[in-house]
Ligand binder design. Structure first.
Ligand code: NDP
Length: 246
């Protein structure tokens, strides 16, 4: 018996990195899991194959988070195909690192569309389906809380927006018995932020544990929040950053 037996989850941006680890973990916990992706159809298919190997139903849908109509229809499609939706994980995100005066309007619009607007749109669509006990988990960043180096103003602004959103959402959804939380990863070894990449030297000295997270470390906290033991967590954020913000 898994803690998520009989549940249906949707993880946006589940083809790689943290989203793929969350999809795998929720399936290990017993959920049927759908993922969205933008470009990586092959990698998304492998994530689905992994979910199915665990004996769960998996589904991959191409949906650019910057396209609000695509996001809404992906959410509805998942609920129809998998018979409902219990857990929404807003994970898809992009990071454009540059000083503010070097960012284009397109950079700003794209970041806000994927990292912020899509989270609101996906959640709005999910609310048609989420039952009592439902969960909305959004993946923020420790850079929403502390920014110890330059070039992150746009990204940090986009992730800080999820904190306010989640607090307000918790108030809207409390009477319906649905929770809303943010999980803030710290430096996590993925394509976005490889542990052996050029940006790691600026990050590691700030991490109390002295090394990057594995995506599974973030997925473990999402599993807790999404499961029955997370039922009293709402309107708040949990930071999984090895002490980066300590
Ligand atoms: P990756 O770049 O490794 O993976 C991003 C995932 O999101 C991929 O599955 C990608 O799909 C998908 N994605 C990106 N843009 C879109 C889009 N427009 N529409 C749909 N899907 C999209 O990122 P991480 O796994 O590192 O990051 C996951 C989340 O965690 C993000 O929100 C990020 O901001 C956050 N985070 C990451 C940290 C880190 O150190 N890695 C630290 C703090 C927060 P595809 O494969 O098709 O491109």
């Amino acid at each position: 018996m898994g803690s998520l037996d009989g549940k249906v989850a949707l993880v946006t941006g589940g083809s790689r990195g943290i989203g793929a680890a969350i999809a795998k973990r929720l399936a290990e916990d017993g959920a049927d899991v759908a993922i969205t992706y933008e470009r990586s159809a092959d990698k998304a298919a492998k994530v689905v194959a992994g979910i199915e190997e665990l004996g769960r139903r998996g589904l991959a849908l191409q949906a650019d988070s910057a396209d609000a109509a695509a996001v809404t229809s992906a959410v509805d499609h998942v609920a129809e195909e998998l018979g409902g939706l219990d857990i929404l994980v807003n994970n898809a995100g992009i990071s454009i690192a540059a000083p503010l005066d070097e960012l284009s309007l397109d950079d700003i619009d794209r970041t806000l569309a994927v990292n912020v607007r899509a989270v609101l749109v996906a959640t709005q669509a999910a609310l048609k389906h989420l039952p009592r006990g439902g969960r909305v988990v959004s993946i923020g960043s420790d850079l929403a809380e502390r920014v110890p180096f330059a070039g992150m103003s746009l990204y940090s602004a986009s992730k800080a927006a999820l904190i306010g959103f989640t607090r307000g959402l918790a108030r809207d959804l409390g009477p319906r018995g649905i929770t809303a939380t943010v999980v803030h990863p710290g430096s996590t070894n993925t394509d976005m932020n490889p542990a052996d990449g050029p940006a790691s030297a600026a990050q590691v000295p700030h991490i109390a544990l002295g090394h990057y997270a594995d995506a599974a470390d973030v997925a473990a906290t999402v599993s807790h929040v999404a499961g029955p033991d997370g039922r009293y967590l709402t309107g708040t954020a949990i930071t999984v950053d090895g002490g980066f913000t300590a």
